[in-house]
Design a protein around this ligand. Structure first.
Ligand code: S3P
Length: 178
C-alpha cells in the first residue's frame, strides 16, 4: 500500500500533477482511465457509447480491486466519477493517502471546454453541467479525501509542494521544520 492517490473533478489537474509528482517522488504513475482503456483496447468514449456508463463504473471498481493486490508506493490518479461509489471510497482509503484537487466550475470549464474525450461533458451547456455535477460530487470527494487542496489560481509547483509536504508528514520523513 502506501500509495499517493489523486481524486477530483475532470480537468482539475490529476493527470499533470500525477505525472510531475511521479518524477519528484520517483514513483511510478498509474491512471485508472488509462488502465481501463488498455485492458479494454478501446477509448473511454467508445466504452460509454458501446456499453454504457454502468459498465464503465464496474470496470473502475474492478481496477481498484486489482490495485489492492498489486499497487505499492505508486502515484494513482483516478477518473473523476470513481469516488462516487461507496465501495470505491473504502478501497481508496485502504490503498493510500488520498488527495482531493478541489477546483471551482469556472476553472474546470476553462480547461475542458475544447475537449471531446469526456463523454459526460458533450452537452449543449457544459458549464452548467460541470457546476451541477461538482455540487453533487463535492461531498463524496470530501468524504474520500485525507487532504483537500484548493487548486484554483495555483501553479503546478505550488500544488506539488503542498502534496509533497503532506506525503512526507505522513510517511514520517519530514525535514526538521514542523
Ligand atoms: C469521468 C471522468 C473521466 C473518465 C470518464 C468519466 C467522470 O476521467 O473517467 O470520462 O465521471 O467524471 P477524468 O477525471 O480523468 O477526466
Amino acid at each position: 500500500m502506501g500509495n499517493v492517490i489523486l481524486i477530483g473533478f475532470m480537468g482539475c489537474g490529476k493527470s499533470t500533477v500525477g505525472l510531475r509528482l511521479s518524477y519528484r517522488l520517483r514513483r511510478t504513475l498509474l491512471d485508472t482511465d488509462r488502465e481501463i482503456e488498455k485492458e479494454e483496447r478501446r477509448t473511454i468514449s467508445e466504452i460509454f457509447a458501446e456499453d454504457g456508463e454502468a459498465y464503465f463504473r464496474d470496470r473502475e471498481t474492478a481496477i481498484l480491486r486489482k490495485l489492492m493486490r498489486s499497487a505499492n508506493n505508486q502515484i494513482i490518479s483516478v477518473g473523476g466519477g470513481l469516488p462516487m461509489r461507496e465501495e470505491n471510497r473504502a478501497l481508496l482509503h485502504e490503498l493510500g493517502q488520498v488527495f482531493y484537487l478541489r477546483a471551482e466550475g469556472g476553472t474546470i470549464y476553462e480547461r475542458v471546454k475544447d475537449d471531446t474525450t469526456r463523454p459526460l461533458l458533450q452537452v449543449a451547456d457544459p458549464l452548467h453541467k460541470i457546476e451541477t455535477l461538482i455540487k453533487e460530487r463535492d461531498p463524496y470527494y470530501m468524504e474520500a479525501a485525507d487532504v483537500a487542496l484548493t487548486v484554483d489560481g495555483k501553479s503546478f509547483s505550488q500544488i506539488l509542494d503542498e502534496i509533497e509536504e503532506r506525503v512526507n508528514a505522513r510517511e514520517g520523513n519530514a525535514e526538521t521544520e514542523g
